[in-house]
Design a protein around this ligand. Structure first.
Ligand SMILES: [Zn+2]
Length: 506
């Protein structure tokens, strides 16, 4: 058994993330985010680039003074003025860190700095030495490392270590590297520097490789990952913190001895806060934190998740703090709030119906103080238990499979009459609903279909909830069965019976 090794999480949302065009935040917002990052339990917060503006200086200074727990880091170019200003901003921190950098690829040395390799090496060493004379912890980055000559890269890194740097960050500044070659570079550096020096990586997502490169680097010897919430950052952004952390956690079989100390239950809250402060929406399909990251819409996937969550879900949404839908009304809730909640549940009531439900709700709320969704469903079931079963599902037969057009034959009972019809559809549920429509002759629009497992295992009971619309009103139906098609048909018929009862048209 190998010993467990911690991967340090260095969050740069407030520095690199803030450099995303249009993501500028004010001081209060930055402080709020820093508090949340501390709750998330990141190891290092890169709070800003103090020389870049008075506002940034102020934000870094206040974060350094207020935030306890993580190290507070400031960024500085490898020049005296930057380093001194950076130290002024972070010196109030419990655990301060100066991060200094200089471009080391020929493109940067000649094109941007207009210096020689020797001059750049000397500047790096002097900068680290100065930083180290002020601050006990210094991190050095050879910018554009992935396009830097390897032998020269090692010379600069060794000079920085000699001058007192204890963390060496290897940035893929332009997002150019691929996982294999980046891992190879990290292994190359690891072999040539002393063991006590921590290798960090900082990957950009220009080719969509930021997370993959960072994870490959861990296997090759990196022990700190620089990343941002929601993958925010310059251009296409940085490696996303949530992806790095959840990949290590979810694939502990692969990353066997590695772990992070991130409190994953705060991931979702942090993502929401950063999105609110920057005004950058999280794309619905974003890994881990996107709105659809845990939504299952295809029938096959719903079927799988229903039988066993693990069939199509590799993570538990609760582990990253996605809230279970919470719903509470109190005795002070008025008719309007009740009406709103009922319509969220799919019940559109007339004023008269609402008044009856409201009186019952008040009685219950006085007794219980808090009325939950399940209580409200119970009231509705009881209040409308007299809903006559205009139609009742008698039998259902579905043919589907590869190469077959899904066909459903449904038999409904109406009074003592049995009515049978068949239809084809895009899938077995669609075919079933079309067959039911042919029998009832009603025009209804299906607006929502969802399925959830009530029990788990091979004989799981699935509960289907549907919402249908007719003449501007919505009706909700439930159906439960071990067979998904049957549960779906029951839910649909249930909604139709409600519609017939409440609108009086059949
Ligand atoms: Zn960057």
């Amino acid at each position: 058994m190998s010993e467990r090794e911690k991967i340090y999480i260095f969050d740069t949302t407030l520095r690199d993330g803030e450099q995303s065009p249009g993501a500028a935040m004010n001081v209060e917002e930055k402080i709020q985010i820093a508090h949340q990052l501390a709750k998330l339990n990141v190891d290092v917060i890169e709070a800003g680039f103090p020389i870049s503006s008075p506002g940034d200086f102020e934000a870094v200074k206040r974060i350094a003074e207020e935030i306890k727990g993580p190290e507070i880091c400031g960024l500085a170019r490898a020049v005296e003025e930057d380093i001194v200003t950076c130290w002024e901003a972070i010196k109030g921190a419990e655990k301060p860190r100066i991060h200094t950098f200089i471009g080391t690829s020929d493109i940067h040395i000649q094109g941007q700095l207009r210096k020689s390799r020797d001059e750049v090496l000397r500047m790096a060493a002097e900068a680290v030495r100065l930083a180290r004379s002020l601050c006990p912890k210094v991190e050095f980055s050879p910018m554009d490392a992935t396009r830097t000559d390897r032998e020269y890269l090692i010379d600069v890194i060794l000079a920085a270590i000699e001058a007192g740097a204890s963390v060496i960050n290897i940035p893929d500044t332009v997002g150019y590297a691929l996982p294999d070659e980046f891992a190879d570079l990290i292994a190359f550096v690891r072999e040539r520097i002393p063991d006590h020096v921590i290798i960090s990586v900082h990957c950009h997502d220009d080719l969509g490789m930021a997370t993959a490169n960072s994870l490959a680097a861990i296997k090759a010897g990196a022990r700190q990952v620089e990343c941002t919430i929601n993958g925010l950052g310059e251009r296409a952004g940085n490696a996303a913190l949530e992806e790095i952390v959840m990949a290590i956690r979810t694939r502990h079989d692969y990353f066997d001895r590695f772990y992070t100390e991130i409190n994953t239950k705060e991931i979702y809250n942090t993502s929401r806060l950063v999105s609110r402060c920057t005004g950058f929406e999280v794309p619905p399909n974003k890994a881990i934190v996107g709105a659809n990251a845990f939504a299952h819409s295809s029938g096959v996937h719903q079927d799988g998740v229903l039988k066993d969550r693990r069939t199509f879900e590799i993570m538990n949404p609760q582990d990253i703090g996605i809230p279970a839908t919470k719903f509470v009304l109190t005795p002070r809730s008025g008719r309007k709030a009740l009406k709103h909640k009922l319509s969220e549940l799919g019940y559109e009531l007339t004023d008269e119906q609402l008044e009856k439900v409201y009186q019952r709700f008040l009685k219950l709320a006085d007794k219980k103080k808090e009325v939950h969704e399940a209580d409200l469903e119970a009231i509705m079931r009881d209040e409308f238990k007299a809903i006559p079963e205009t139609y009742r599902l008698e039998s259902i037969q579905v043919m589907s499979g590869s190469g077959l057009i899904p066909t459903a034959t449904v038999t409904l009972r109406r009074g003592d009459q049995l009515i049978r019809d068949s239809a084809t559809g895009d899938g077995p549920v669609d075919a079933t609903y079309k067959a039911i429509d042919r029998i009832t002759g009603l025009s209804v629009e299906l607006t929502d279909y969802s399925i959830r497992a009530v029990t788990s295992g091979k004989d799981a009971i699935g509960e289907v909830t549907v919402r249908i619309k007719n003449g501007g009103r919505t009706f909700v139906g439930h159906g439960a069965s071990t067979d998904i098609i049957e549960a779906s048909a029951k839910a649909y018929v249930d909604a139709i019976n409600k519609m017939i009862y409440m609108t009086g048209n059949a």
